[in-house]
Design a protein around this ligand. Structure first.
Ligand code: HEC
Length: 190
């Protein structure tokens, strides 16, 4: 979060709860609150951030009534129109970079990191899990609704102008990808 690492470690050391928890998690270390252990801890925490049991997951595991008829039409449209070429697999992403210039964005994308001409305007395909609750959309956050995002994708990625019905169906499908949020307590500042 742009905080100097040494300052962050010092700050953590001020919390009794973190002193105890780090000592518990890394009993071999004399100074358990260090940069490596912080990285391990954050990574271990992030691995718990799963959002299982979305209506679509329940549908996939056999509950045919877990999603609406409209969402099923949307799922078919999602596959037939080729969204699945990039948004596929358990997280609905191919984890690849694709060139896209969404309306209003001046971001050069992956090029900013690699300096390779061919990486200009390339962005990684985002997961679509929980997409209904993670607005606004696209790399510049200028797309406010899911309907708009579906229309932009149709136009920019597939060269298609979708009918309103198709947009609404695909949106209904995307709404079935919202899972159960993990619960955790944030320790009070000392
Ligand atoms: C060629 C690959 C490709 C195809 C095909 C594609 N997408 Fe995407 N999608 C992307 C990329 C890359 C982004 C990120 C764009 C950005 O950040 O500006 C994205 C972003 C999105 C977003 C916004 C997610 C967010 O959190 O901001 C939605 C929703 C979405 N796509 C849905 C669809 C739908 C629906 C289709 C089919 C109509 C589709 N996509 C087709 C690659 C693709």
């Amino acid at each position: 979060m742009a905080m100097d690492l040494d300052v962050a470690l010092e700050r953590l050391t001020e919390f009794e709860i973190y002193r105890n928890k780090f000592a518990e998690a890394f009993p071999e270390d004399e100074n358990p609150i260090n940069a490596d252990n912080l990285a391990y801890s954050i990574a271990a925490f992030e691995r718990t951030l799963n959002t299982p049991n979305s209506p679509f997951d329940r549908y996939l595991s056999g509950d045919e009534n877990a999603i609406s008829e409209q969402a099923k039409d949307g799922m078919v449209a999602f596959v037939d129109n080729g969204c699945i070429a990039c948004h596929r697999g358990p997280a609905l992403t191919d984890s690849q970079f694709h060139a896209i210039q969404v309306p209003g964005s001046k971001d050069l994308g992956r090029y900013t990191v690699t300096g390779e001409e061919s990486d200009k305007y390339r962005f990684r395909t985002p997961t679509l899990r929980n997409v209904a609750v993670t607005y606004p959309y696209m790399n510049n956050g200028a797309t406010e609704t899911l309907e708009e995002a579906v229309a932009v994708m149709g136009k920019e990625m597939l060269g298609r102008e979708f009918e309103e019905q198709t947009i609404n169906d695909i949106t209904a499908f995307l709404n079935t990808l919202t899972g159960e949020m993990p619960e955790f307590e944030i320790p009070a500042l000392p």
